[in-house]
Design a protein. Structure first.
Length: 59
């Protein structure tokens, strides 16, 4: 199946540590359409929460 007919899942990564965000982006960018944020309260997280996506939040 071609990439155009099989869109990647959207993944939201939220972490207040820039180093963690960069590491996760490096690991996941080939498999997912990524959105990254340093806070759960910003335009990117609001956009993702209005559409189907996977959220990856630190514990």
């Amino acid at each position: 199946m071609s990439p155009a007919s099989n869109p990647r899942a959207q993944l939201l990564v939220v972490d207040d540590q820039h180093e963690n965000l960069h590491l996760l982006i490096e690991i996941l960018r080939d498999e997912f359409a990524l959105l990254a944020a340093t806070s759960g309260q910003n335009k990117r997280t609001d956009t993702c929460l209005r559409s189907p996506c996977i959220g990856l939040l630190p514990c």
